[in-house]
Ligand binder design. Structure first.
Ligand SMILES: NC(=O)c1ccc[n+]([C@@H]2O[C@H](COP(=O)([O-])OP(=O)(O)OC[C@H]3O[C@@H](n4cnc5c(N)ncnc54)[C@H](O)[C@@H]3O)[C@@H](O)[C@H]2O)c1
Length: 505
């Protein structure tokens, strides 16, 4: 949805046949509601056609329907990755890409690099690698920049983070030292536990956002990148809720000029990126792009956005185990999750404001998976608690414990204990890589680039984004199926329904 001129709002949607429609409304709420209704109808129509077709053909291979899936431009030229927040996750990602390019390591954990997609029937034996199936940018084409409140280059920041072995970092030193942080847009009120010297000054928040836009334009030029992506790997900001200032581009820009305190730094990076037509992903649980203003900008400028807060350790396990309980109709009475971690992220999350943002993101998962409204006897009364404790000796090597109280046949109680000794940034880095490559793909796809939210990337997030009124899918396996079916769809391949009756004809 976007505002054409003062007082005229355009609903903007695609029908089930992939045709784009626009309709004028005099207020944004009516336009948004119309757009969401039509989009939901189109999705339902498409799903129903696919089911009918699968039932009729019994899975027999049909000729690809290219018209449905639009076109994809090839990944020509360099892809620039811009990272606000050059801490543990960002440096582990960039150092990892360079180590892989040099043949020193393997891209373990990355679906784009190591994953495959099954095509056609199980008996067809067609399972190309994801990166060979869809036109993704190659690792050699990635170039990097970032912003941080500290002046450390990527080599120093990675050494401080202490995630990767110093011997490996030393082999990558010339490259990592060359990535230096641009001065950040920072507000201590949003991240209370840290402060640093490398910060922009400006007359207003609009002025700061303009400086970020200038950074983006400068990087586009100096790096020679043909496409860009922004990936927030900055600290978790204090919890806030949307206000009037976030409801439209017009209100947001006024709030930027008025220095409205409800505009967080991460929102200024997102605004700057989307204004420059650059897709934006959010690794933290901040509100950032989960706002009508950003959806409006994303659709208008064909710069995709997706969910928030990387799904790495404990929540990954939760979204694997909870669907198993629901599949077997095992009840759940309580889930107590606690963590100790000692990196800078842990220090920032020690502040109640930042923790609340994280807590909200971690708590939403169970309710959406278990659907207590549908299964009140099993999931109507769950005690769900999440704790994060800053414990410096552990550094980035987090320990996450889960105590899960479940009940089975006739209500008999049982317990499950999970103790995950994980490495936070090692789990996050491949997610960053996949999101960079998939967001770039989305922007080169005629069908995806104007959609705004890329729900098919929910797989990577603790808080997937959806259009208002649609509940998010948290189940990891549904998310994976959605992602792979989106890739099949983009290439005009048959979707996989797992019906499989044709094998028994
Ligand atoms: N590692 C994981 O498994 C994981 C999982 C989910 C989410 N996250 C989130 O990802 C983010 C990064 O995690 P990390 O472990 O790298 O943290 P980190 O503390 O090592 O790095 C964050 C960096 O962001 C910088 N920063 C803060 N505000 C900034 C701003 N306004 N502009 C530019 N830089 C800014 C900080 O100076 C710091 O260097 C955190 O928000 C974390 O909650 C991490």
């Amino acid at each position: 949805m976007y505002q054409k001129k003062a007082g005229v709002f355009m609903a903007d949607w695609w029908d089930a046949d992939g045709r784009r429609h626009r309709k004028q409304f005099s207020n944004s709420a009516a336009a948004r509601e119309h757009e969401h209704r039509e989009t939901a109808l189109a999705h339902a129509e498409r799903a129903s056609r696919e089911m009918k077709l699968a039932a009729r053909t019994g899975g027999v291979k049909r000729s690809p329907k290219k018209a449905d899936s639009g076109t994809m431009e090839p990944a020509k030229g360099k892809l620039g990755v811009m990272i606000p927040g050059m801490g543990a996750v960002a440096t582990t990602f960039v150092a990892g890409v360079e180590a892989i390019r040099k043949g020193l390591a393997k891209p373990i954990g990355s679906l784009t690099q190591m994953g495959t997609v099954r095509l056609g029937k199980r008996t067809d034996g067609r399972s190309p690698k994801v990166k060979e199936f869809v036109p993704l940018a190659g690792l050699d084409d990635l170039v990097f920049t970032g912003w941080d409140i500290f002046e450390d280059n990527m080599y120093d920041a990675a050494s401080n983070a202490g995630v990767l072995d110093q011997r490996l970092l030393d082999q990558l030193k010339p490259f990592l030292s060359s990535v230096t942080p641009r001065p950040a847009v920072f507000d201590h009120n949003y991240v209370k536990k840290i402060d640093g010297p490398n910060v922009k000054k400006g007359k207003s928040k609009m002025d700061l956002a303009e400086q970020l836009r200038e950074d983006i334009r400068e990087f586009r030029k100096s790096s020679g990148a043909s496409r860009l992506i922004t990936m927030w790997c900055g600290s978790t900001e204090s919890y806030i809720e949307p206000t009037e200032a976030h409801q439209s581009v017009k209100a947001f820009e006024k709030a930027l000029r008025d220095n409205d305190e409800m505009i967080a730094p991460s929102m200024m990076y997102a605004y700057a990126s989307l204004m420059e037509g650059v897709p934006f992903a959010n690794g933290a649980p901040n509100l950032t792009v989960d706002l009508p203003v950003m959806l409006e900008l994303s659709r208008k400028n064909e710069a995709p956005i997706c969910g928030k807060d990387f799904k790495t350790g404990q929540t990954l396990m939760k979204t694997v185990l909870a669907p198993a309980f629901k599949a077997r109709l095992l009840g759940l009475s309580g889930w107590y999750s606690t963590n100790i971690l000692g990196n800078r992220d842990g220090e920032v999350l020690d502040d109640p404001g930042s923790f609340k943002t994280k807590e909200e993101s971690k708590l939403g998962v169970l309710e959406h998976i278990l659907q207590p409204g549908l299964y009140p006897e099993l999931y109507g009364n769950i005690f769900h608690k999440v704790r994060i404790n800053y414990y410096p000796p552990r550094g980035d090597n987090k320990e996450g414990w889960d105590n899960i109280d479940i009940f089975g046949w006739l209500g008999y109680p049982m317990q499950i204990k999970v103790d995950f000794l994980c490495r936070d940034s090692i789990l996050a880095a491949p997610i960053v890589l996949d999101l960079v490559l998939f967001l770039d793909l989305a922007q080169r796809s005629s069908e995806l680039k104007g959609l705004g939210i890329q729900e098919w990337l929910s797989f990577y997030f603790k808080s997937p984004m959806t259009v208002p009124g649609l509940y998010p899918e948290h189940d990891l396996f549904i998310q994976l199926m959605k992602l792979k079916n989106t890739l099949r769809h983009l290439k005009g391949e048959e979707l996989i329904t797992h019906l499989g009756l044709e094998y028994y004809d």
